[in-house]
Design a protein around this ligand. Structure first.
Ligand code: ATP
Ligand code: MG
Length: 425
């Protein structure tokens, strides 16, 4: 057995898994990331591949991206690479740019600040926490889950495990580094990430995570809205929105996550269709996601308000979307599209042969509205014939989309926390 448990500079135990004993090969790491790792190493710095890249390679999955961590400061990294830009107002990261818009992100090892170091204003904690440089061991311990805390060392191609991540990968279970109650209080977004990783990887959630989410659920309403929005979009990118939001519902997280959201079975069934409707490389756009989240309430509103005209439907859609979009700072363009999809749904659900049908068929969002209508029909088992009939009309006009909607863009910025909207949204 070549795996060794040894002591590092911090005089604490760590597991070092030698190259012969793990499956990660340099061939699986992209060329630019390798160049960065090697140059750091040649200049005497520690250079590790970290985070999701290591986890996914060990699981035989294709990583979304590769992140690098080092003991060089951002300025020292910049001095090594001509194509390097320091980014981030609060936490300085080095972005090394390569041809084809490819960026390798290099972060300096960080640590959790001590309580007495924290600023008085608790809003600042999250950002302050991101800003204190530390040792590799401290950097591993500030991470969220054990499986996300593994390092691949370019020096000898070994994996360094300070947090028990290798065992948890083997056992396929998700465990928080440290006490979940404390770590979720520090950063409540980790509760959502826990459900996301468990669904994405098919890993069992540790019981301590379930208990802690149950106890700390209300804190998620205090997290920065932009971060929640980003994590929610991740759920759709990875096509696990339905199982994650179902879990969030059963653990009492959902109403705090999406103010006033009731989590009707109808919505979950529709989200399952949204999750399943795209091929591996394609994700649905944010307007369709928004429309799907609000469709059950929209349909209920149509009934209770006895909506008859398109104008009334438009107003109802607006009313429902406004508080949510305001809170999550969703652009008016996206909100506008979501509103058009809901209104389009209303038009389609009324059946064929209505006044203005021809004009509607020319509407830029009519095809996407049909997609929403189709997904709803699949989920509910209703109106299948009507969907088929509309499809025929659209196809005969050559209006069936050949291009999928654009995937949601990933945002890096982490704005400050905002309070959740009150009441229903
Ligand atoms: P993927 O990119 O595949 O979604 P990932 O694990 O790389 O998964 P990222 O959001 O890219 O997730 O974060 C990179 C790493 O940063 C994580 O693996 C984890 O170690 C650390 N990390 C991210 N968010 C947090 C957080 N809220 N608290 C502590 N550590 C975090
Ligand atoms: Mg990542």
């Amino acid at each position: 057995m070549m795996t060794t448990t040894e002591k590092d500079g911090d005089r604490s135990r760590r597991l070092v898994v030698s190259r012969a004993e793990h499956s990660i090969s340099r061939k699986q790491i992209d060329e630019n990331t390798l160049k960065v790792l090697y140059r750091l190493r040649r200049n005497g710095y520690l250079a590790y591949l970290v985070g999701g890249g290591v986890r996914d390679l060990l699981l035989g999955r294709i990583p979304k991206d590769f992140d690098v961590a080092t003991d060089a400061t951002p300025e020292q990294v910049k001095a090594l690479f001509r194509n390097c830009y320091l980014v981030g107002r609060r936490f300085r990261l080095a972005h090394i740019r390569f041809a084809g818009n490819h960026v390798v992100e290099v972060a300096t090892f960080r640590r959790q600040p001590r309580l007495e170091e924290l600023p008085r204003d608790s809003d600042e904690h999250f950002f302050f926490t991101e800003n204190v440089f530390g040792s590799p061991r401290e950097d591993a311990f500030r991470r969220d889950f054990t499986i996300n805390g593994l390092f691949y060392n370019i020096d000898d191609f070994s994996i360094i495990d300070y947090v028990g991540g290798m065992q948890d990968l083997h056992d396929r279970r998700l465990r928080v580094i440290g006490d979940p109650l404390v770590r979720f209080t520090e950063d409540p977004v980790r509760m959502l990430r826990a459900l996301e990783f468990s669904a994405r990887l098919g890993f069992r959630l540790d019981d301590s995570i379930r208990e802690a989410i149950y106890l700390r659920a209300p804190l998620i309403a205090e997290a920065a809205a932009a971060r929640i929005r980003e994590e929610l979009m991740e759920l759709f990118r990875h096509r696990v929105a339905a199982p994650v939001l179902r879990d969030a519902q059963s653990l009492g997280l959902l109403p705090h996550l999406l103010g006033g959201f009731e989590g009707e079975a109808e919505t979950f069934d529709l989200l399952e269709q949204v999750d399943g409707c795209c091929s591996n490389s394609i994700t649905v756009g944010e307007p369709l996601i928004l429309a799907a989240l609000f469709l059950a309430r929209f349909r209920r509103g149509l009934q209770t308000q006895a909506v008859e005209t398109v104008g009334e439907a438009l107003r109802l859609a607006n009313q429902l979307l406004m508080p949510h979009c305001g809170y999550f700072r969703i652009s008016s363009a996206v909100r506008h599209q979501a509103r058009e999809l809901l209104t389009g749904f209303f038009r389609l659900s009324r059946g064929r042969g209505r006044r203005g049908e021809k004009r509607f068929l020319d509407h830029p969002f009519a095809v996407s509205a049909l997609e929403l209508f189709r997904l709803w029909s699949e989920a509910s088992g209703l109106e299948r014939e009507l969907v088929a009939s509309w499809k025929e009309v659209f196809t005969s006009r050559g209006a069936v989309p050949d291009k999928p909607p654009r995937p949601p863009r990933r945002r890096r910025r982490r704005p400050r926390g905002r309070k959740p909207p009150s009441g229903k949204s």
